[in-house]
Design a protein around this ligand. Structure first.
Ligand SMILES: [Zn+2]
Length: 237
């Protein structure tokens, strides 16, 4: 499979083999490159229960607040470490745990729909793994059925699952693309993600207008006409 990753921040488009994915991440530069397709996790990542993790995170987060000089006895701040811990484990980073992966049922393509299916403007919220601040974006997902179809809301759920991790946009794009190839039993899958990174807009270079676009084109989507058809659907409301 070949991947095409495009970032409009760099105005570059490349087509690469899987073996070269790391090079792409490095070419993205800044501190925004990742080391592989898999989210880097330790072997013992799930040795602790969710409850134990929340307890430890709350404790550690209260230490961060304390070091910064915040008064944790203040009514408004007292519950913050627990709120943050619960939010990390149950919500914004829940996609780290495979037990939270949406269960996907495939159906036979009984309506004989053999054209491209496009689900566009899937809004997602993720977090940059380098700064732990939000990435806000839209994902556009397309596939051509190999004889199996998937419930439309499941495409949305797969996007949300991978978004709920500390992420870099390139990895998010590839994780969604690769997983859908496997689930749908076809390589004919395409993903385009457009996102705003708060680590770029609210801090650092403070550029509020730039956004980042990444793409995954598998199978038939590497053909110019198919790619064009997908992009036409995205350009028309
Ligand atoms: Zn960042």
């Amino acid at each position: 499979m070949k991947l095409e990753v495009q970032t409009n921040e760099l105005s570059s488009t490349k087509t690469i083999d899987n073996s070269q994915i790391n090079e792409i991440y490095e070419s993205v530069g800044d501190e925004h490159f990742s080391t592989g397709l898999k989210t880097p996790m330790r072997e013992d990542a799930f040795a602790l229960s969710d409850g134990e993790k929340k307890e430890q995170i709350a404790d550690l987060f209260s230490q961060i607040m304390d070091v910064m000089g915040l008064d944790l006895t203040d009514d408004s701040l007292a519950g913050t470490p627990h709120r943050v811990a619960k939010m990390y484990i149950d919500e914004i980073f829940s996609g780290l745990n495979p037990k939270n992966k949406p269960s996907i049922a495939l159906f036979d393509n009984s309506y004989q729909y053999n054209e491209m299916l496009v689900e566009k403007d899937i809004t997602f919220y993720s977090n940059c793994e380098h700064h732990f601040v939000p990435i806000i974006g839209k994902a556009h997902v397309a596939y051509i059925s190999s004889g199996k179809v998937i419930g439309l809301s499941k495409l949305n759920r797969i996007v949300q699952y991978y978004a709920k991790r500390p992420q870099v946009q390139e990895r998010l794009t590839n994780q969604i693309g690769m997983d859908l190839c496997e689930l749908l039993e076809t390589e004919d899958v395409a993903i385009i993600i457009e996102a705003k990174h708060l680590c770029v807009s609210s801090r650092g270079i403070k550029d509020d207008t730039s956004s980042t676009t990444t793409a995954f084109y598998g199978g038939k989507f590497q053909e110019v006409n198919t790619k064009q058809e997908f992009q036409n659907y995205l350009n028309h409301a």
